[in-house]
Design a protein around this ligand. Sequence first.
Ligand code: NAD
Length: 350
Amino acid sequence: MRFTHETLPQRVVFAPDDAVRAIRAETERLGAERVMVVVTASSSALAAALTGGLPVVHVHDEVVRHVPVEVAERAREAAAKCRADVLLSIGGGSATGLAKAVALTTGLPVVAVPTTYAGSEATNVWGLTRGAAKTTGVDPGVLPRAVVYDASLLRTLPVELSVASGLNALAHAVDAMWGPYADPIDLALAEEAIRGLRRGLPAVKADPAGPAGHERTLYGAYLAAVAFASAGSGPHHKICHVLGGMFDLPHASTHAVVLPHVLALQAPHFPEAERRIASALTAPTATGGLAALYTRLDAPTALRDCGMPEEGIAGAVGPVLAALPTNAPALTRDSLTALLRAAWAGEPPR
Ligand code: NAD
C-alpha cells in the first residue's frame, strides 16, 4: 500500500432530538457573538425554533439551488452589513452551499445543520452558478467547522425527496470508489456508507416520520460525503454537474436517475469497487443490488421527469466528454449518448 490520505478537520455531532443544545455548544466553541443564519425560506420557522437563545443578528433566507453568483453576492453583503462572526446554515445542500459561498470570500466559520442527505456539509467543495454554467472549486475555508446532525429534522422531508437525496448520497459513495484520488481509506468509508444507506433508506421509505431510518441514512450520507471529498469527482458527478447546470435540473433526483447507468458502465472496469458495492448491498452483483434497492424505494428513473428536454441530449454530450475524468474507460461519445438517451427515457441501464 502506498498512498496519502488527508482527513479534513471537522467536528461532527450526532444529536438526535437535541439540535438546539448541540448548535448552542458548537457556536459557543467558535466564540460566536454575532450569528448569521442561512436558511431556506420554507424552513424559517424551524430555524427560529433551533436558534432561540443564540446571538442571531440576521436570518438570511434567500436560498436558491445551485447558488447563483448574484444570490451569493447578496448574502456576502448581508454578512458584512450585520458584522456576522459565525454562519449557521440550516437546510439542504442549497443552504449549506450558500453559507460556503459566503465563507469563501469572508473566511467566516460555518456551523452546518443539514436537513437532507446532500452531504455538502462534509466537503471542502463550493459551487456557484453563472447563467447556465456551474463552477465548483475546493477551498479549505468552506469546510464547515462543525456539523450537527439531528435525524428528527428530516421527518418533514417528503418521502420522494428523502429517497432522491439518499440516492444522491449513494452516488457520492459509489463515485468515490473510482474517484481520481481514491485510496483504500476512501473505499472502506464508501463501502460502510453504502451499507448504512442500504439499511437506512428502506426504513425511511417504510416509516418516513420515524427517526431510525433517517438516523441510519444520515450516518451513511456523512460517510459517503467524507469518502467523496477525499476521492474527488468521478464520472458520475461530472455528468450530473454538466446536466444540472445546462438544464437547471433538481440536484438529488438527477443523481438518482444517472447513477445506475454509470455503475453499469464502470463496474466491469473496477473489480474491487464492484465487489465492495455488491457486498454492501448484500447482492451477487453491484448492478443487481442497486436495481433491487431502486425497486424497493420506487426511485426516480427518468431525466425527462426531472425536466430535461430530449433535444438537450445531443448538446450535452460534448460538454460532458470535455469534463470527464480519465478514470472512465467505457465512456465514449457513443456510450455516453446511449447512456443519456436511456436515462432520459427511463430505460434500464445497458
Ligand atoms: P435543496 O437544499 O435545494 O433542498 C431540496 C428541497 O427540499 C428544497 O425545496 C428545500 O426547501 C426542501 N427541504 C430541505 N430540507 C427539508 C426538510 N427537512 N423538510 C422539508 N423540506 C426540506 O437540495 P439538496 O439536494 O439538499 O442539495 C442540493 C444542492 O447541494 C445542489 O446545489 C448541490 O450542488 C449541492 N451539493 C453540494 C455538495 C458539495 O460538496 N459542495 C455536495 C452535495 C450537494
